[in-house]
Ligand binder design. Structure first.
Ligand SMILES: C[S@@+](CC[C@H](N)C(=O)[O-])C[C@H]1O[C@@H](n2cnc3c(N)ncnc32)[C@H](O)[C@@H]1O
Length: 255
């Protein structure tokens, strides 16, 4: 089971007051933004960006490429880059036309100007310094190439807990409360992973959009009461546009 899926939930088009959000969440009804699959906004942009023959770099793709082999356009070249050779090798056979082992924050001159699309799903919160990583992504794109990145927010409730708790305790809780496989949990830095800091990284790009994604409740599915309290807090952040507190960000940028 995907750890962010909970098919038992229903969603509300009009959640009403915050008190009503709380009472409805206690009964298992979530705000409307929870109606689709949690990564659908990212996946939809990726699908729309795919073009036959394109060259794609998947940053931090590890054992799970962002676009599975059978979903790729014809003639596409798919390169996986990851800090860990072991993670890349754990991917399904034939996932990559080329594997690059390295840190995205360290420039690899051979990758410069090579790609039409750079993808990255849930990786940039693990990267430091993020500024160098973003500049490398830009340099690996051809002029006009696009980057689609999805990452966790530094000031999300989960992101704060993740930094406060020792790594081992975090792994224990994620395994036992959220059902995460410990092999898929990596240390996170959250360097510049909030709205205002991300926007500031866009200066050298021709287009740079940062979209807050308020979908953090799945971390709290172990208790209906805790999840309801979280969703009410998250709803407040949405309504008061606390964009620096979002649990996730989608960055859609053009070089
Ligand atoms: C949470 S996993 C995400 C894997 C995959 N993108 C997915 O959707 O399941 C994070 C991945 O990023 C890789 N990673 C962490 N820091 C990195 C860095 N600085 N440069 C490149 N890859 C990194 C890890 O080795 C791991 O494979």
């Amino acid at each position: 089971m995907d750890f962010l899926t909970n098919s038992a939930l229903t969603t509300d088009a009009d959640p009403g007051s915050l008190l009503s959000v709380l009472t409805r969440a206690l009964r298992g009804h979530m705000p409307e933004r929870y109606s689709d699959y949690w990564r659908e906004a990212f996946d939809a942009r990726v699908r729309e960006a795919l073009v036959p023959g394109m060259r794609i770099l998947d940053v931090g793709s590890g054992r799970k490429p962002t676009v599975a082999r059978d979903q790729r356009p014809p003639g596409c070249v798919y390169v996986g880059l990851d800090l860990s050779a072991k993670e890349l090798q754990a991917a399904p056979t034939g996932s990559y036309d080329e594997m690059v082992t390295g840190d995205i924050s360290h420039r690899v001159p051979e990758l410069e100007d090579r790609f039409d699309l750079v993808l990255s799903f849930q990786v940039f919160e693990h990267v430091k310094p993020l500024e160098s990583a973003m500049e490398n992504v830009r340099s690996y794109l051809r002029p006009g190439g696009r980057a689609l990145l999805h990452l966790s927010g530094a000031f999300s409730v989960f992101g704060i807990l993740n930094r406060l708790l020792p790594h081992g305790v975090g792994i224990f809780l994620l395994k036992h409360l959220v059902g995460r496989d410990p092999d898929t949990i990596f240390p996170a830095h959250y360097d510049r992973c909030w709205y205002r800091a991300l926007k500031q990284l866009g200066g050298h790009w021709s287009y740079f959009e940062v979209l807050p994604r308020w979908r953090g409740a799945s971390y709290f599915g172990f208790s209906r009461v805790v999840r309801a309290v979280y969703v009410t807090y998250e709803e407040w952040t949405v309504r008061s546009r606390q964009v620096n507190l979002a649990p996730y960000y989608l960055v859609d940028a053009a070089a």
